[in-house]
Design a protein around this ligand. Structure first.
Ligand code: NAD
Ligand code: UD1
Length: 339
């Protein structure tokens, strides 16, 4: 059975992917420095799956330690989730973002080369389509202009991985461009656990629901969209995680670089998210309308045809599922993984 190294695997998307890989029969190793997660995640993944997970507390920038990890284990493929991802913070601390996100990628590629590991899946983002491309986004569009350093790190890492694959014809690279992952595992045992004030919509809504925040501010209602609020392609994190299992199955038989959008193809507005959350969970979300947030695009959503055609993957969960599962996680874990 193949062994998959999940770099940054204790995080939100990594932990859900670990569950789906384990349930599909893969062995999983998680390597994380817990800069934006905590070791309790490993216990929860084991509880859900009834399987054991080998976990290393390691900074993926630390080449000696990552090299030792590759020496100790026979790794068949790497999924690279390890990155800093807060857009506003990346504007304030660009150097830290470039250092962490680029350096982790280089270290993984160097260790893979040394140990003959030829398969890597990378967590990219719809943000690489930038400002120029029209929606819905398709994979062959050129990468666009990003509005923040976080986005640029994703553009640069895609380029680095493409160049590495050009130079090594045996390398198989899959770039997964995520849209807006929300929701939580149906068990309510793992979910999104942002530190401090959430930047993203759904964790903020969930924290208003549980009483940790007073009210949601909806950023702008004068966009050129049906109800004036921005529209995004929200995807259930379990659907996203299943997309990784399909991508792993694919990466083993492939060479070169393949890019896949992982989204539903259907956009929802901020107002629709708030209303669906309220209706499904029978709970009021205090909210006000405020100014636009700098850097926001009116609309972002995928054309998800390629993932269906090539990987045989499509999303199965509804927006109602996403809202219900988010609330189930939040109400059972009001302070996230902390007691
Ligand atoms: P997350 O912060 O929950 O997970 C990232 C994990 O990486 C965390 O556990 C963190 O501790 C770890 N990490 C960061 N730097 C590290 C380092 N140097 N060494 C070891 N571990 C390190 O984020 P997530 O939402 O699970 O996102 C996973 C990946 O997907 C990230 O690369 C992110 O940029 C990308 N992505 C996320 C979204 C989203 O909306 N959540 C959208 C598009 C792309
Ligand atoms: C953001 C990032 C994107 C990143 C993704 C995951 C920007 C410009 N984009 O996407 O690069 O990959 O997060 O980390 O930051 N909203 C509110 N009130 C809030 C929070 C959000 O109205 O308190 C609105 C936003 O204006 C947006 C929508 O909700 O229209 C979704 O926001 P968010 O969850 O932050 O995701 P994105 O902006 O799509």
């Amino acid at each position: 059975m193949s062994t998959i190294l999940l770099a940054g695997g204790a995080g939100y998307i990594g932990s859900h992917t670990a569950v789906e890989l384990l349930e599909s029969g893969y062995d999983v190793i998680i390597a994380d420095n817990y800069s934006n997660s905590c070791p309790e995640v490993i216990n929860r993944v084991e509880e859900i799956t009834g399987k054991s997970v080998k976990a290393y507390e390691v900074d993926i920038k630390d080449k000696e330690k990552v090299d030792a990890l590759f020496s100790e284990n026979k790794i068949d493929a790497v999924i690279h989730f390890a990155g800093l991802k807060a857009v506003g913070e990346s504007v304030a601390m660009p150097v830290a973002y470039y250092r962490n996100n680029i350096d982790t990628t280089l270290t993984l590629l160097e260790c893979m080369e040394k140990h003959g590991v030829k398969n890597i899946i990378f967590s990219s983002s719809a943000t690489v389509y930038g400002e120029e491309n029209p929606v819905p986004y398709t994979e062959e569009m050129k990468r666009g202009t990003c509005t923040n350093p976080y986005g640029w790190t994703k553009v640069m890492m895609e380029q680095i991985l493409e160049d590495a694959a050009k130079a090594d014809k045996d390398l198989s690279v899959v770039l997964l461009r995520y849209f807006n992952p929300i929701g939580a595992h149906v068990s309510g045992k793992i979910g999104e656990d942002p530190q401090g004030i959430p930047n993203n919509l759904m964790p903020y809504v969930a924290q208003v629901a549980v009483g940790r925040r007073e009210k949601l501010t909806i950023f702008g209602r004068d966009y050129d969209t049906p109800d004036g609020t921005c529209r995004r392609d929200y995807i259930h994190v379990t659907d996203l995680a299943k997309g990784h299992v399909k991508a792993i199955d694919y990466v083993f038989g492939a060479k070169g670089v393949e890019i896949f959008n992982l989204g539903t193809g259907t956009p929802y507005s901020v107002t629709e998210i708030v209303e669906t959350f309220e209706n499904v969970n029978n709970i009021k979300i205090n909210h006000v309308y405020g100014e636009r947030r700098p850097g926001d695009l009116a609309e972002s959503y995928a054309n998800a045809d390629k993932a269906l055609k090539v990987l045989g993957w499509k999303t199965e969960k509804t927006l109602a599922d996403m809202c219900r599962d988010t609330w189930n996680w939040q109400k059972n874990n009001p302070n996230g993984y902390r007691k």
